[in-house]
Every structure is written in C-alpha cells, then in structure tokens.
Design a protein around this ligand. Sequence first.
Ligand SMILES: [Zn+2]
Length: 181
Amino acid sequence: MSHQPFETWIFEHEELSQDEREQMQAHLDSCQECRQLKAAWQNANVRLQVKPMVMPKHGFTQRWEAGLERRQVELQTQQSQQVRRFLLYLGLSNAVAIITFVALSIQKGAFLSWIIDAFQELVEIPSILSGLVNTATSLLQAMPDYLSFAAWITVTCGLCMLTVIWVYSLWRTTFRGVTIR
Ligand SMILES: [Zn+2]
C-alpha cells in the first residue's frame, strides 16, 4: 500500500481541501500506519505548543522581581546601617570635642577668676603683675579661637567625610543596581 501523498499531507501545515480531506480520511480508515503517524505528529505538536506555556511556572516573574527587590532592600539596609554607624561615630567624636571645649572653657574661666582674685588681694603691687595678668588674660582670651577653630575643623572634616561617603554610596548603589540586573 502506498502511503503517499497521505504521509506528506499529515505533516502539511496548510489546510487540505475538502476532496483531500475525504481521501485522507478514507486512507486513514484503512491504514493503521498512517493513523499512528498522524496521532504521533499531533501529539508532538500539542507538546510543542504546550511546553513553552508550561515552562515558566506561574508567578516566576513576580518571584524574580520580589527577589531582586529583596536583595536591593537588603543592600540599602546594609548601607544605611553603615551610614548610621558612621554618623554615630561622627556624633560621638563631635560630642567629645565639644565637651572638651566646654570643660576647658570652664576651667579657664575658673583659673582666670582665681588669678584675678589673687591679684585683687595684692593691689599694692599692681603694675608689673597686672601687666602679667593682662598678658595671661589676652593669651587665655585668644585660646577659645584656637579651640573653636579645632571644633570647626572637626565639624568641617566630618561634613567632608559625610559628603564623600554619600557620593560613594550613591555610586555604589547605582553600580550594584546595574550588576544585579
Ligand atoms: Zn498509509
């Protein structure tokens, strides 16, 4: 028995004519081989059509995006923790600087009033000693400038470091964001 043109028709993508369909049906009724071939081909086609729809499991995209979001949130949390820690250290060092500054000012004030008291009791020998007191006073008065300058330096350096850290974090977030995708 010849299986042509029926074998070809089985694999044909285009629709058969009414006449061809009738011939095909007649052949299939009498030919088990072609029936099996047609069934196998249809089965294979169904699998080919179904497979791409089955492969990405439901919610895959959402899960992947959620994972990406989670990783980014983790990264941001880590970075904000680093920034918080840095700010804490900066705040602590500034607090220490300010406390030192205040403590020194208070001590200096006490020291100054003690000198003044001491010299007020010795009014008889004022001229040279008051000159010394004046020198000491102006020296002591000049000191807060140095101290506030030190405090100013600390704050400025802190701000500069913060800016650098901020720029670095921005750059890193952008860079990492690209590599994750
Ligand atoms: Zn046949």
